[in-house]
Design a protein around this ligand. Structure first.
Ligand code: AMP
Length: 404
């Protein structure tokens, strides 16, 4: 029977992802993506009953147009499925200081998400657009929309982790602190690792590495996040596709004072021209540098810096694990697939008892889940992320509580 299905919406800067999911068992009845939004030609790809469909939208498609297409031309045509949707879960990147866990959406919540836009200017306004459009398009479910935040999982960080060593005044008056991101993925990894290791998540100590176009590491102790590499915004931490991650803040003053580059241009350089792209000069796509690693010095350089930084974070986070480290876990497009990145990173960590099994590492990719360490050494797992499941579960549990 189709009951209690959740529609999950992930309205990103250039794409809209959607799925209809059973929160109890994770079964996805329909899922898809509208990509290349705001570009001349965007594409909708969706899968329903294991059949993939494709449709091209010829004009510059806005997020509102994409949502209209998804609701009217895809979802509403699946009458039974559509009628089984009892709630809608929206992924929201930044909850700021006011929204610390998943919440039912109302005007006040929308205002708070708007306030937190200063910390995620590329994401929160688009998330709000997705929420408002959904409220218009599905008025009968308008009281069943839930916001699930990428910052929420990191709210358990102690102040020793989330405070910057700048005058305290900037935290107390302006909320300048570390918030982290990718929390929904790190939460799923915690839940799934506990299942695989047959442990309760409240006693689980892991280091979760979400390596995609954006990348972050989280130190999770007794099931709770105690530190993470992203900061006030998703610019801090690891080397990413086009983001620099950690830099000496004095670089900004040098670029501005000595090179005459405007602050706005520096922000663009650090967010769009840096990371893997900046280091190899050609591509933010890890696959490009991976294919040329052994004969192109620019490609090698970009991956070596990426892995060096990642290994430093993993090693640093072992200091936060109290009595033991249960596992290091890789997820995200790079974490799930790049045999080379995993090998180069883990080989830097042998002092910590971490040893990669070359054969296992080669085998676990393309959506597979498994261990890649030599037996008897610290467990290293690869787990494909499933953020939709966490969003659906958070959404239904909140809706059920309200209905109680
Ligand atoms: P995500 O943001 O999680 O979709 O991940 C995007 C990143 O994953 C890009 O840098 C891709 O190059 C990388 N990626 C995706 N598939 C593979 C693969 N098969 N091998 C290596 N990297 C991959």
């Amino acid at each position: 029977m189709l009951n209690q299905l959740v529609l999950v919406l992930n309205c990103g800067s250039s794409s809209l992802k959607f799925s209809i999911i059973n929160p109890n068992n994770g079964k996805k009845f329909l899922f898809g993506i509208v990509d290349s939004l705001l570009l001349p030609k965007s594409r909708v790809i969706w899968t329903n009953n294991s059949i993939q469909h494709k449709h091209f939208l010829n004009e510059k498609t806005s997020h509102i147009m994409a949502l209209n297409f998804v609701f009217k031309k895809i979802l509403k045509k699946e009458v039974k499925l559509f009628q089984s949707i009892v709630a809608i879960g929206h992924r929201v990147v930044h909850g700021g200081e006011k929204l610390k866990k998943s919440v039912l959406i109302d005007t006040k919540v929308i205002n708070h998400i708007e306030e937190a836009s200063c910390f995620a200017p590329l994401h929160n306004p688009i998330n709000i657009c997705g929420i408002k459009t959904t409220l218009n398009l599905l008025p009968n479910l308008s009281e069943k929309n839930v916001a699930v935040f990428d910052t929420a999982f990191h709210q358990t960080m102690p102040e020793t982790s989330y405070l910057y060593a700048i005058p305290y005044f900037y935290y107390s008056n302006y909320n300048i602190r570390r918030y982290g991101a990718h929390g929904i993925s790190h939460q799923y990894i915690t839940y799934q690792t506990a299942k695989i290791l047959n442990k309760s998540s409240v006693s689980l100590n892991i280091i979760s590495c979400h390596l995609g176009n954006g990348a972050s590491v989280a130190a999770i102790c007794r099931g709770l996040c105690v530190d993470t590499s992203m900061g006030l915004t998703p610019l801090e931490g690891l080397v990413m596709g086009t983001r620099s991650g950690d830099i000496d803040p004095a670089i900004i003053f040098f670029m501005n004072n000595k090179l005459g580059i405007s602050i706005q241009e520096i922000y663009k350089i650090l967010t769009l021209d840096s990371g893997l792209l900046g280091l190899n000069g050609k591509s933010s796509d890890l696959r490009y540098a991976e294919n040329k690693y052994y004969f192109d010095k620019n490609s090698k350089r970009s991956i070596d810096v990426f892995c060096h930084r990642l290994a430093k974070y993993i090693a640093g986070y072992t200091a936060l694990m109290e009595d033991r480290l249960d596992a290091v876990v890789f997820t995200g497009g790079i974490g799930e697939n790049s045999v080379l990145v995993r090998e180069l990173t883990l080989s830097r960590l042998s002092l910590l008892g971490i040893k990669v099994d070359v054969k296992r590492n080669l085998q676990v990719r393309s959506g597979l889940c498994g261990f890649i360490n030599i037996e008897g050494t610290t467990p290293v797992l690869v787990i494909p992320s499933n953020e939709d499941l966490i969003i659906a579960q958070e959404t239904i549990s909140l809706i059920n509580k309200i209905n109680e």
